[in-house]
Write a protein that binds this ligand. Sequence first.
Ligand SMILES: [Mg+2]
Length: 261
Amino acid sequence: MALADDFDGFLIDLDGVVWVGRELVPGGAEALRALLDAGKEIVFVTNNPALPAASYAERLREAGIAVADDRIVTAAAVTARLAAERAGPGRGAFVIGAAAFKEAVEAAGLELLDGEAGREAAVVLVSGHRGFDYEELLTATRALQSGAALFATSRDPTLPMPGGAWPGTGAVLAAVETASGATAEIGGKPERHLFELARQRISGAERVAMVGDRVSSDVEGGRWAGLETVLVLSGATSREEAEGAVPPPDHILDDLAGLLR
Ligand SMILES: [Mg+2]
C-alpha cells in the first residue's frame, strides 16, 4: 500500500518539491497527475514571492497538472492580507520584494510608497528579490525607526536552485531586522495564517498531509497545523538533516513520486 492511500488531501510545497528553479523534479508531474486522477484534493503552498498564484498555476498546467488558480496559496498574498488587516485599509506600505509582491500588497488595500516616501510608511513588508539594495534597507530602517510595523513572507534562508541555493527572504529580512531592531511577523510557512487559508480551500478533505522540502517551514508548520508531515529530499534538506530533526518528519521520501510507491 502506498503512503498516498493514507490521505485524501495534500498541501504541497513547490520549490524543491515540484521543481528546482525552472527544472521539474523527475517523476513529480506524473505523481501529481496520478494523485489528482485518484481524486485527491491538492493545494500548493509556496513561500516564494516571485510570482502571483496564477503564474504558478500556469506553470503547473504547462507541466500537465490540471489545477485551478485558487489551488495555489502564496505567502505573498497571505502576508499582504495580514499586513492590511493589522494596519487598516489605505495605509502606506513600503515593500521590499518583486513586482508580484507589490501587486499583492496593493490588491490587499494598502497604498504603495516608493523611494523617500517609503520612510513615512505605516507598514514595511519584506521578501527576497534580486533587486534588493542599500537604499531599500535604508528606507525600511527609517520607517521602522519611526514606528512602522514589519511583516515578511518567511524566514527561509535560501531558495533551492539548480547548482546550489540562492539567498532567500530570510537573508534579506535579517538585514532589515539587524539594522532596525524590529522583529517581523511572518505570513508564510511555518506560521498558521498560510496553513489556515490553504486548509480552507480543501475543507472537504479529512486526512491531510503537508509535503515539503524544508524542516523549519514545511514540517514545523505542518505539525503546528495538525497535519501529518512528509519531507522530500529533492530540495533544501539532506537525509542526515531530516533524520536529525527534533522531532523528525512523520515520513521521509526521496521525492514526490515516493508517495505512490
Ligand atoms: Mg520548498
